[in-house]
Design a protein around this ligand. Structure first.
Ligand SMILES: CC(C)(COP(=O)(O)OP(=O)(O)OC[C@H]1O[C@@H](n2cnc3c(N)ncnc32)[C@H](O)[C@@H]1OP(=O)(O)O)[C@@H](O)C(=O)NCCC(=O)NCCS
Length: 216
């Protein structure tokens, strides 16, 4: 895909915190039309993020017509991707679309396969034959080398390096700055701590950290 924003419909961002600001910055860099942000906290309503209004809560989108705007997931997650997944699944079931977002400074999205709602942030690099499942994030400056496969609702945090042929199961988070060597399989719903060096497969649902990484 190209790094041009392909949508003519304006975007509504779900959330107004740190991750929402990062996706908003990516949309603005791609000169996308952004209608506003939504937040479940009424105290946030009327605030501005990078000059864009927080319009209301989820009901603002729920009462709208899915053909009039697209949604962008502004929920991040520092230890799991459950809330981010819940938002995506709820609004997808209501008929809304989440297009993939690629910051214009990211490299290689054109040689990768991106699912619905994938977010590739500033400075990330994707190498050929990489496949990324729905609602997954490749965050700022992360490197995803050739032939990697990422499931749905995966979070690759800032500065992660995935070497070639790595497989990451759905709902897994790889913490900031972690390195995963070639051909490792990280199971579903796993958590890799920040700064880990992963040199062998990680069981589904487990937490590993350290260099070389161990369960902890
Ligand atoms: C793993 C992590 C969740 C630990 O958080 P925590 O459960 O609050 O852990 P604590 O700070 O209470 O530390 C518990 C123990 O684990 C160790 N530990 C904590 N983080 C660690 C890490 N990243 N690698 C190795 N060991 C770690 C601590 O040193 C401590 O050891 P001790 O009991 O021997 O003193 C956190 O360090 C982490 O990696 N979070 C991911 C953050 C991230 O990637 N954010 C990106 C957002 S976009």
């Amino acid at each position: 895909m190209s790094t041009e924003w392909p949508e003519v419909r304006p975007a509504l961002i779900l959330g107004s915190g740190g991750h929402a600001a990062v996706v908003l910055a990516a949309l603005q860099a791609a000169t996308a039309a952004v209608a506003g942000l939504l937040d479940s906290d009424p105290l946030r309503h009327g605030a501005k993020v990078l000059g864009i209004d927080v319009l209301g809560g989820d009901e603002f989108a729920e009462s709208g017509n899915p053909s009039e705007f697209v949604l962008v997931n502004g929920i991040g997650g520092v230890s799991n991707t459950d809330q981010r997944r819940g938002v995506f699944e709820k609004f997808t079931a209501l008929g809304f679309q989440f297009p993939a977002i690629v910051h214009p400074s990211a490299i290689g999205a054109n040689v990768a396969q991106l699912g619905n709602g994938v977010q590739v942030m500033a400075g990330a690099v994707l190498q050929p034959h990489t496949r990324i499942g729905d609602n997954s994030v490749v965050n700022t400056g992360a490197l995803v080398d050739h032939d990697c496969t990422l499931g749905d609702h995966v979070h690759i945090a800032p500065g992660v390096t995935l070497s070639g042929g790595v497989s990451v199961g759905s709902r897994t988070m790889i913490g900031a700055g972690a390195t995963v060597i070639q051909n490792v399989v990280v199971g579903e719903g796993a958590f890799v701590a920040a700064g880990a060096t992963v040199v062998s497969d990680v069981d589904a649902g487990t937490r590993v950290g350290g260099t070389p990484s161990r369960k902890f």
